[in-house]
Design a protein around this ligand. Structure first.
Ligand code: 5GP
Length: 185
């Protein structure tokens, strides 16, 4: 597979991963974002082909049959997968960022041991809970499910190459940029 370096990011929901990655990509314009396919519905402002490829469950199953994914997983009742061809094409051009959960991250590491796994962690458990609740758009049951999942995800962070704490977005992004600069040399 291609000449670029692959950086895989994970982090519990509510940790602010998307905001951090936005800052990282704004400062390192050479990084290409791997757009995943998902069966979940688009959120307000999300664009097909930019944030995700939004597909039906049938289309997703078809892609599995065609071996079109490097990895895929079910998460909170929806499927998510990394399209193989797109990833290979992007890696031919340069460095790529994947934003996927731990099961997918470990599958990528197995397929491509030179991939660098970076986990974005909250400053504390209390802060993660506070951030999740302050989103306001999530019911108690959803929050409980997300917290349970977050606890498992935090446990998985031990298996990552780097763990970066998101206390403050800019500082966290700068730390990640340093890791990328070092690993992509
Ligand atoms: P969300 O629905 O909030 O955008 O994403 C939910 C979770 O799915 C996040 O942890 C995100 O990192 C993960 N995810 C997004 N794309 C993929 C993918 O292609 N594969 C896997 N395994 N997880 C993904």
């Amino acid at each position: 597979m291609g000449k670029g370096k692959l950086f895989v990011f994970s982090g519990a929901s509510g940790v602010g991963k998307s905001t951090v990655l936005f800052h990282v990509m704004d400062k390192r314009r050479d990084l290409q974002f791997s757009v995943s396919a998902t069966t979940r519905a688009p959120r307000p402002g999300e664009q097909n082909g930019v944030n995700y490829y939004f597909v039906s469950k049938d289309e997703f199953r078809q892609m599995i049959c065609e071996d079109a994914f490097v990895e895929y997983d079910a998460h909170m009742g929806n499927f998510y997968g990394t399209p193989r061809q797109q990833l290979e094409e992007k890696l031919e051009k340069g460095n790529v960022i994947l934003d996927i959960e731990p099961v997918g991250a470990f599958a990528v590491k197995k397929a491509r041991p030179d991939a660098i796994l970076i986990f974005i962690a909250p400053p504390s458990w209390e802060e993660l809970e506070r951030r999740l609740r302050s989103r306001g758009d999530t019911g108690e049951k959803q929050i409980a499910m997300r917290l349970e999942r977050a606890s498992w995800e935090l446990e998985q962070s031990k298996r990552y190459d780097y763990v970066v704490i998101n206390e403050q977005v800019e500082t966290c992004a700068d730390e990640i940029i340093k890791i990328i600069a070092k690993e992509a040399e």
